[in-house]
Design a protein around this ligand. Sequence first.
Ligand code: ATP
Ligand code: MG
Length: 262
Amino acid sequence: MFVISISQGKGGVGKTTTAISLGAALIECGKRVLIVDLDPQEHVQISFNSSNGHETKFGMDDVLLDNIPISKAIRKSNINGLFFITSGKRIIIAEQYLPIHKNYYTILKQNLSDISVFFDFVIIDCPPLLGALTMNAIVTADMVIIPTLPDAYSLVAVGRTIKWITQIQRKFNPGMQYRVLVTMYNKGITAHSLIYEKLTNILSGQMFHTVISTNTKLRESQIAGVPIINYAPNAVSAEQYRMVAKEVLDHVQSESKLREAY
Ligand SMILES: Nc1ncnc2c1ncn2[C@@H]1O[C@H](COP(=O)(O)OP(=O)(O)OP(=O)(O)O)[C@@H](O)[C@H]1O
Ligand SMILES: [Mg+2]
């Protein structure tokens, strides 16, 4: 099981859109995928128009606050093979009270280890806050994806996010890697190309080669409650998220080759 946490201190940068679209792209590649929502806004659940009346009532709040087994909180999405866990109304309480527990930052990791045989990928959608929940997501991650808009304020937010996650990496998760993903890019806007150039100069090895363009089909797919990959398979953003999935799969393959070699 390979864990991808999608995290950024800034809101509205495409975290949830990336979680859902990447998840659906990995399903297309035949992988078993679980998306875990840690954001009180519950946008993952909203992204799947999939209520069949038979879902579990449990969410990540029950898992983190009441020790409900994580397997009991898993829901089917409207895409075959793609599962998710919603955050739940009380997740905000978990954000506040988790730190009173010893080793609180490993609770999510322990829970995910119970279901590791069932999934190839777990994708964690974090809140736009670098707090206790996001810390749990970073501690358990094999890869952290940091989505960013190509603007000056977002550049500062990326810097702060990287500083924060590398502190956690050093202390608790040295094997973790991070990658920055530029979202809502418009190549006709000079400021976007300037910021993109700046980012690649500073972070070349830690950037996705793929860039996600601004694409209104993505917004339409969210209204329909269906991932872009399935809603508009030929849309530019569907193709771009497939390329992100390919970059992730190539990374996983090269990591496992390295492990075999040493
Ligand atoms: N490539 C894109 N093109 C056009 N619109 C996009 C694109 N990516 C995301 N959006 C839109 O931008 C808004 C923010 O995206 P999203 O909810 O994924 O960000 P987020 O980082 O998860 O936000 P939050 O911090 O509130 O959780 C949404 O309305 C979404 O539909
Ligand atoms: Mg979100």
